[in-house]
Ligand binder design. Structure first.
Ligand SMILES: C[S@@+](CC[C@H](N)C(=O)[O-])C[C@H]1O[C@@H](n2cnc3c(N)ncnc32)[C@H](O)[C@@H]1O
Ligand code: SF4
Length: 390
């Protein structure tokens, strides 16, 4: 059946997400689906399973043209370049791929991993996203990182030489971080940045070592006022440098946005491949939510037995799909298209709530029929979405 443009909005894009679930060590703040395997990982066996899951997903999404591919993790920079090349070959063997496809790989900024960058470029990767996290050695050590600031900056320099596009991540609102120190660190980062930076506020995720330390009173993170000051510094410094936020935590020069992540936030279609990957597919006019088995070896066994690792594959109701569209789209400074909300939900977004939030200066509608969160609204985005959602 033809794809339903009313579900996708104009210029639909199709992204493929590939999850590599292994890291050399587990950072104490992180709750991503990442695992340490001291005995090593059989990459050729995982590759066979990735190929099988790509084939199974492509069989139900024929006719798509892949516009973005993203290797996320875990630590995809632990993959051999040959593994990455073979996965990209499999994607191209099953779907049409756009001539200007964006292919991003997340990398840890160590010298060993930077040594593989040329191999990734030869494999077809054209963008890297580096987990720098901090430019201060004491902070890196407190975050449990295994690299120094110097090593991270050297990896950024190698990325700059090899890839036309690169980004890096920093975590702020760290224990003890002052606004002046963050301002200096962010300015230093901007000197090293090109078109894109991800700036995340440290979140204490449940069931992580940081959560246990925090609960025991051994990890003091900034209170909400202090975190708000650090957020304001982030907006001011990045905006003045021409890298304003285009999403809650993502900053870019115009045109430098991560096109793959825009697929999620614009609620377009994407396939999730690999352990613990999520997808959203439009099949026979219905949006479906997919998720795969999280545990790497269980996923592997499942794919080897059944040809895919899906544990969830269910249709979303119109209300569920519209709420997801709202939740994702309001993260973007461009906001959402109100007509597309109506097409998804079957009814318009509640006018009273819009008027009320607009009166408080938290959201605004544009002359082109979009609804977007204002700079004053972003710090209370969760409450705005809760108010607007069905
Ligand atoms: C999958 S990791 C990045 C790739 C790579 N494994 C690395 O760590 O360099 C994605 C990013 O999420 C951010 N992140 C993870 N846990 C976080 C937390 N609890 N609070 C804030 N940011 C977090 C980090 O900036 C990290 O680089
Ligand atoms: S932050 Fe990156 S390296 Fe650290 S555990 Fe999470 S995914 Fe692995």
């Amino acid at each position: 059946m033809a794809r339903t443009d009313s579900l996708l909005g104009p210029e639909p894009t199709f992204g493929v997400y590939i999850h590599w679930p292994f890291c050399l060590s587990k950072c104490p703040y992180c709750d991503f689906n990442s695992h340490v395997r001291h005995g090593g990982v059989d990459q050729s066996r995982f590759l066979r399973a990735f190929r099988a899951e790509i084939a199974a997903t492509a069989a139900r999404t024929q006719g798509r043209t892949v516009s973005t591919i993203f290797f996320g993790g875990g630590t995809p920079s632990l993959m051999e370049p040959a593994t990455v090349a073979a996965i990209l070959d499999a994607v191209a063997g099953h779907w049409a791929v756009a001539g200007d496809v964006e292919v991003t790989l997340e990398a840890n900024p160590t010298s060993v991993e930077a040594g593989r960058f040329a191999g990734y470029r030869a494999a077809g990767v054209n963008r890297v996203s580096l987990g720098v996290q901090a430019l201060d050695d004491a902070a890196l050590s407190a975050l449990g990182r295994t690299h120094t600031a110097r090593e991270a900056l050297d990896a950024v320099a190698i990325a700059r030489r090899i890839f036309a596009r690169y980004s890096f991540d920093l975590i702020y609102a760290r224990p003890g971080q002052t606004p002046a120190a963050w301002r200096a660190e962010l300015n230093r980062a901007i000197d090293e940045a090109a078109e894109h930076l991800s700036l995340y506020q440290l979140t204490i995720e449940p069931d992580t070592p940081f959560a246990a330390l925090h609960a025991a009173g051994k990890l003091a993170v900034p209170d909400s006022d202090h975190a708000r000051t650090l957020y304001d510094v982030t907006q001011e410094v990045s905006g003045a440098a021409g890298l304003p936020a285009y999403e809650v935590s993502n900053h870019a020069r115009p045109g430098g946005e991560c096109r793959h992540n825009l697929v999620y936030w614009r609620y377009h279609e994407y396939a999730g491949i690999g352990p613990g990957a999520h997808g959203r597919l439009d099949i026979d006019g219905t949006r479906r939510a997919t998720a795969t088995e999280k545990r790497p070896e269980t996923w592997l066994a499942r794919v080897e037995a059944e040809g895919h690792g899906l544990t969830t594959d269910e249709p979303l109701s119109r209300v569920e799909a519209a709420d997801e569209f709202l939740l994702m789209g309001l993260r973007l400074t461009e906001g959402i298209d109100l007509e597309r909300f109506k097409a998804l939900a079957g009814t318009p977004l509640a006018a009273e709530q819009i008027a009320d939030l607009a009166q408080h200066g938290l959201i605004e509608t544009t002359g082109t029929g979009r609804l977007r969160v204002t700079p004053a609204g972003f710090p209370v985005l969760d409450a705005i979405v809760a108010d607007l959602a069905a």
